[in-house]
Unconditional design. Sequence first.
Length: 188
Amino acid sequence: MADDLGWVHLVVLVAVIAFGAVVPVVPTGPTLAAAAVLAHDEAPWELLLVLAAGWLGAYLGDCVVFVVFSATGGRVADKVPWLRADRPAVTRMRTRIEENDVAAMTVSRLIPAGRLPVLIAAALSGYPWHRFAVTCVFSAGAWAVLYVGIGVLGGAVVPSNTVALIAAVVVAFAVGVVPKAMPRRHAT
């Protein structure tokens, strides 16, 4: 493996993404896209390692969130008003999870600010751990493919590695943050 992307870097990438899944202020999408740009520049097979590291980090982080809220759910829901079971938003999330859990978890992972509410609703509603562990494989994988794809696209379109890295980070940031900042329209 090249000096720029060694196994230590992959372990750090897993750790950063897992931490960012638990503490959502860490920009995990741009981090994964930047790693993909570097891997794309070095050797195409390294993209598979970056994809696996991003997938594993997202999976582990989501599992931590689910386990923590499964264990502390009732106490947390009592302190955070929007988590109460009688709230319409929580009821809608639970219904979507029950209707099609794989789709609900995957879409929530790809929509900015959608992952945590759905994970928390699943944990608080008693969604089974074994089922979560399976559905999370798909949602974390889809997320990793999206951001590695952004990095590959940046590395393929822009000839300069430095410019490609900056472009991939900017695009990944825009995909992950700009929709959060836009005002929401509520159906009447």
